[in-house]
Design a protein around this ligand. Structure first.
Ligand SMILES: NC(=O)c1ccc[n+]([C@@H]2O[C@H](COP(=O)([O-])OP(=O)(O)OC[C@H]3O[C@@H](n4cnc5c(N)ncnc54)[C@H](OP(=O)(O)O)[C@@H]3O)[C@@H](O)[C@H]2O)c1
Length: 269
């Protein structure tokens, strides 16, 4: 692999950057002129508006967007195929919490498709770019609000759909897949870590019936820290809250982690 260590210029992709926390992550990253920031969004008008706003706020001319529906493998693959140049940092952040069970055009339950497979497919599709951009990192925005994963029923086909249960499962999956990818990518000098951002008012938290006592900027702090601080290249496969490493019970069962990884792989066809 060619090593492209750019001391002056690092390219970071942030998914869900039109949302509350994603916009703040992208803006905080853009405050450093070394960072080129690519907002990965599904709505072109919103994306263009966010780029204009962040460029105005930071004075960084290297902020741009690209489009993808992160609930669809074909859309993520097309994004990766047209990506030219390196990718030093991938921040997986986009997620949804629909109140009623919805499916993607491929027939996959939407929370699982976006929150879990979206992260999974982004890492898989961009691994080639990350390998050409070492040392590289992946930051998975997860949550402390996580649990209840049923490997036999990832899409709520057998349990009644409940958006809170589907969300908690998806965030547990983010944390487990962080461990699985960290193991696979460590030999290539690519780290993969997960974090809880903060409790922030947003479409996502509103659908779950939660308010938020933290600002989007506070919510962005831990993901941005993992994306930029030395710690994000020194640690891998770890979970962080408020810029502190926290033990993760979901990482403790390697068989369960591998079973989830295999289940996700089966969707990438
Ligand atoms: N808010 C909290 O209190 C909280 C707490 C813990 C963890 N988190 C985590 O933080 C992350 C961000 O949450 P948030 O509160 O900032 O949510 P948000 O404001 O609702 O933003 C969600 C973002 O995801 C994008 N998105 C959704 N589906 C997509 C798709 N199919 N393709 C492309 N983009 C898509 C949305 O795009 P549109 O703008 O086009 O809808 C939006 O930019 C999530 O991973 C969440 O689990 C949040």
């Amino acid at each position: 692999m060619t090593e492209q260590k750019s001391d002056n210029h690092r390219i970071t992709a942030v998914t869900g950057a039109t949302g509350a926390i994603g916009e703040a992550i992208a803006r905080q990253l853009a405050e450093n002129p070394r960072n080129e920031v690519v907002l990965i969004c599904r709505d072109e008008d919103k994306a263009a508006g966010c780029v204009a706003q962040i460029t105005r706020a930071t004075g960084n001319p290297r902020v741009r967007y690209d489009l993808a529906d992160l609930s669809r493998h074909s859309s993520i693959q097309a994004l990766a195929d047209r990506w030219s140049g390196p990718l030093h940092v991938l921040v997986n952040n986009a997620a949804v919490t629909p109140r009623r069970r919805e499916s993607t055009p491929e027939g996959i339950e939407r929370q699982f498709a976006t929150n879990v497979l979206g992260y999974f497919w982004m890492v898989e599709a961009f691994t080639r770019c990350l390998k050409h951009s070492i040392p590289a990192r992946v930051v998975n925005v997860a949550s402390y609000w996580a649990g209840g994963l049923d490997i036999e029923d990832l899409e709520f086909k057998h349990r009644p759909y409940d958006n809170n249960a589907a969300y908690r499962q998806s965030k547990q999956a983010n944390r487990m897949l962080t461990v699985a990818f960290a193991k696979r990518l460590q030999p290539f000098d690519i780290t993969v870590n997960a974090c809880h951002p903060g409790d922030v008012n947003s479409t996502l938290s509103g659908n779950l019936g939660f308010g938020g006592h933290e600002s989007p900027d506070e919510g962005a702090r831990t993901p941005v820290w993992l994306a930029t601080d030395e710690i994000g290249s020194q640690r891998t496969g770890k979970y962080f809250e408020h810029r502190r490493e926290v033990g993760c019970p979901f990482a403790a069962d390697p068989k369960a982690v591998e079973a989830l990884f295999t289940a996700c792989q089966a969707y990438g066809i």
